[in-house]
Structure formats: C-alpha cells, structure tokens
Design a protein around this ligand. Sequence first.
Ligand code: AKB
Length: 331
Amino acid sequence: MTHKDFRKRYLCLQQTNRAMNTKILIIGACGQIGTELTKKLRNIYGVENVIASDIRKLNNDVVNEGIFEVVNALDFNQIEHLVEQYQVTDVYLMAALLSATAEKNPAFAWDLNMNSLFHVLNLAKAKKIKKIFWPSSIAVFGPTTPRHNTPQYTIMEPSTVYGISKQSGERWCEYYHNIYGVDVRSIRYPGLISWSTEPGGGTTDYAVDIYHKALENGTYECFLSEETALPMMYMDDAIRATIEIMQAPAENIHVRSSYNLGGVSFTPKEIAQEIKKHIPSFTITYKPDFRQKIADSWPASIDDTVAQKDWNWKHEFDLAAMTVDMIEHLK
Ligand code: AKB
C-alpha cells in the first residue's frame, strides 16, 4: 500500500472510528515511539479521543497539543482511574526500560516491563478495556537463535534482562488471549530510527546518534564494531505497522505472542557509507563497549512473512531512503 492509499484509508477510518467511540490511552507517550504514535493517533482518531500519558509532564507537543495526564505505569489504580474517567477502549503500553539501560538496573527493568503489562492485561481481563497494543522486540532472541532471516518460530534464549522480560511478556499475552479472550496485539520491533525524537537507552541507538553527530561534527565514534549487522526500521514504517496491526480484523491476528517485523538490516560500516554519499567528509571510528555483547546475541535480519500473510505487512523505507529523509529533516 502506498502512502497515498494509506492516508485515504486513514481518513475513511477516522470517521468510522469516531462513530465507534474508540478512546485511546497511550502509556509512555513521551518516549521515542510514543511521541510519533501520539501524533499519528491524534490525526486519525481526533485529539479528543487520544489520552497521552507519561511519568512526567514535559514541555513538548505530546503534552501541549492534546489531552495529557501524568501516570506511573506501575500504579494500577492510576491507570484504572484514567480508563474509567475517559472510558478508554484501547491501550498502547509504550513504557519500558530498553536493553542497555535495563542491564544497569535489572530489578527495576523487570518490575516495570512486567508489571505494567500485567496491569493492562488485567484491565482487559476485567472487560474494562477492549484492545491492547504491547511492543515486543528482537531482543526476545538470543545467541542460540539462527542469526539470519530469523523465523517467527525458532529457538529463543535471550541473554539480556530486557529480552527475558519481553519473551515472558509474549508468553503472558498469549496466555491472557487463550484463557481470558483478551484482544492483545504485539510486534517485535527492530532498532527504530527517527529524526524527531531521541532513542532512550537501547543497543540500536547508534543508528540515530550517527546522523546527529555526522551533521554536528562530521565524525562519529560508534559503540558497536563495524561489521555488527542488526535489524532496523524507519519510524514511519514502525508507526504504520503499529496502527495496521491494531486496525486489522481480530480473526486475522493468528499470533497472539508477537509478530516478527522486518525492515532493513545494516552494519555501522554500511550506514556510514550511506551517510558519506551526502556528507563526503564524514568519518567514523569504532570503540565497542558493553553493548557489543548484547548486539552479538541478536539476529542480523528478520523473516516477517507471517505478518505479511496475516495483516498484509510490508515495509517501505530502505537504508538509502531513510538516510535521505533523516538528513533532510535534521538539517
Ligand atoms: C534496544 O536496542 O534495546 C531496542 C530494541 C531493539 O528493542 N531498540
């Protein structure tokens, strides 16, 4: 589907959805994905139908351009109160500690990543909300997983606390769907790249930093080695995937743990070469740190044919298109 077709479908769905009284709560709306997602959901469903929330109130568009509430994702009563106050139907739970940060604070990462999920799953079990989006990650895979074109169903022995929490979360999502009929939908995000929001503590963050540093200083010191290939995706594709899976008919969603989602796959050396096409004087050096071990345990590329078949998923941005867009916007 082209952007034009997608836009047309948005406009059409906008009216239907308003009529159907969809009320959305986004938890973790000020993060890297949440910021973009909030903007898009407000466009589709109307500002009056999207409640953005986060642990603190920043001075940004998420807070200033619609309904915003301060909420702690670990506080069940606060979430339940918001759900009742706004008669929320759909929850997008975007609050989480990512891979690199989670390694520094494993106990808190486990607490946040798991208990925030239980809160929304239990609200759906009690029929207080209808639908949940919960993001998983390529971090569910580990060193024993086939690295190339990693299949939907394969060996999963994650070696990071973030990966363990995401894999456990996937199991719980499937359990709540099978046992309690909860309509929970999920995708395994690869590393996400966007120009408008900074990433928050992941191993794939270098692929965003590199553009900023290339434009600011003309040079970048990478914390991964030059040949470390990882699955990545441009934010526009990731947001479209999130909205498409949530809008797909329930009977098409056969995977209730989480779907593999493929985008592009590249190494630091390859992204640097692409940037050099626009900034010929750009240079890169490599100084791998603790994140190298995390990256080495993850797949290099992902097979997403199950998502393609079930809800027509198809990514649009490749490395070249993403680089043009990033540089144009960051300039
Ligand atoms: C991270 O690097 O931790 C995240 C992810 C792949 O889930 N971007």
